[in-house]
Design a protein around this ligand. Structure first.
Ligand code: GMT
Length: 376
């Protein structure tokens, strides 16, 4: 099959899922054409079945903002005609499915559209009054819709009503060859961050408000009073200043390290003891899955799709959103009992590998493409 993959290029789970899916499809002999405003950040390795088409900007005095949605629609048509795409797979409803919908209208032949919902497109963006009607159009005009968790599929129906084509849940996935417990080189780094054998906690995100990174710092403050520890904060985003201020306010400088944006998060996860994800909303929490695959138990909020990803009392602990005390207790339960820690860590690896293998997800998407192509 020839698949047009439309995604955001920047740091974020949806771009990661689209890119990893592209590589896996390429391995199975499909041709995958990424269409985006820049090269997706995980699209680094050369693969003969993978191609990238950049949506180029235009500058014209009457446009206050360049109309990206339209430029993308035009590019989709160009690529679809040039390489004879069989299907368009849009990751994120706004604006990608809308651009694909426009592209479909411009085509002289049918071009099936599959939309994958990742979360904030529905839970935040889609539910804003300003985007509500557009998101509804994106959903209604997609030939097939998939969602990354049951929770997200249910929330979509609650917000937008029942959709004729239904929503298929295809959970996110990991490549167990990449995300695995590791030692080796990471032992050296561990010594660098925790020279006196302190425990290492970590959080990775795009530092948006919805991630509640300030809670991470507060959870860490409670933990490190009991167990000598260090906190690694990976990523960057709008909340960075507030988070840095909280670190200073609590006198935690020297115990908290900001690592900025990083690409191979598996290298960092392999030296971590507990991963913290206290988000306000999380349709799936891909990074929590990546952590577990590396043998790192997760302490997270009981929200959205996280209970489908983190098994409370088995691969980590869940607490209500904002329950800093509860989450710090979860971390301490893990850090103060070696036997429990080892059991959780092993269960996390098994759960991640057996429940979310890349192969199962790729087969799921392949059959969605196949069905939609043959229904035209
Ligand atoms: O969480 C973000 O801020 C980024 C966002 C994205 O579009 O990449 O993540 C969403 O999609 C990921 C991949 O499916 C999910 O793992 C995240 O849970 C989801 N984020 C939210 O729902 C807040």
């Amino acid at each position: 099959m020839k698949i047009g993959m439309v995604c955001y290029p920047s740091y974020g789970g949806s771009g990661v899922v689209a890119t990893e899916l592209g590589y896996a499809l390429g391995e199975r002999g499909h041709e995958v054409h990424f269409i985006s405003s820049a090269r997706p950040f995980r699209l680094q390795r050369y693969h003969e079945q993978l191609f990238f088409h950049e949506v180029t900007d235009v500058s014209y005095p009457v446009f206050k903002f360049p109309p990206y949605t339209l430029l993308l629609a035009n590019k989709i048509v160009e690529v679809a005609n040039d390489v004879s795409l069989d299907v368009i797979h849009a990751h994120y409803a706004i604006p990608h499915s809308i651009s694909a919908f426009l592209a479909k209208q411009m085509m002289m032949r049918p071009l099936p559209l599959v939309t994958t919902l990742h979360g904030t497109d529905v839970t935040l963006v889609g539910a804003y009054e300003e985007f509500y009607q557009l998101t509804r159009l994106a959903l209604r005009s997609s030939d097939r819709i998939t969602a990354v968790s049951r929770a997200l599929a249910e929330e979509t129906v609650e917000t937008f009503g029942t959709l004729d084509q239904g929503i298929e849940v295809i959970p996110n996935f990991i490549d167990p060859q990449v995300y695995l417990p590791g030692e080796g080189i990471m032992k050296r780094c561990r010594k660098h961050f925790a020279p006196h054998g302190e425990k290492i906690l970590a959080h990775i995100s795009n530092f948006r408000e919805v991630k509640r990174v300030v809670d991470v710092v507060n959870i860490f403050a409670l933990v490190e009073k009991v167990v000598p520890s260090r906190l690694l904060l990976v990523g960057d985003g709008p909340e960075m200043k507030r988070v840095s201020r909280e670190v200073v306010k609590l006198g935690l400088e020297g115990k908290v390290q900001f690592l900025g944006k990083q690409e191979s998060v598996q290298d960092i996860l392999q030296m971590v003891d507990v991963f913290i994800l206290p988000s306000e909303q999380e349709s799936f929490g891909l990074v929590a899955l990546e952590a577990m695959a590396c043998g790192v138990p997760v302490v997270a909020s009981r929200v959205g799709g996280l209970p489908e990803v983190v098994q409370h009392g088995k691969t980590g602990y869940l607490a209500d959103v904002g329950d800093v005390q509860g989450m710090s207790e979860g971390v301490l339960k893990l850090l103060t009992d070696e036997t429990r820690y080892k059991t959780f860590s092993e269960q996390a690896v098994t759960w991640a590998r057996e429940t979310f293998p890349v192969g199962r997800a790729v087969e799921g998407y392949e059959s969605v493409y196949d069905e939609v192509i043959h229904s035209f």
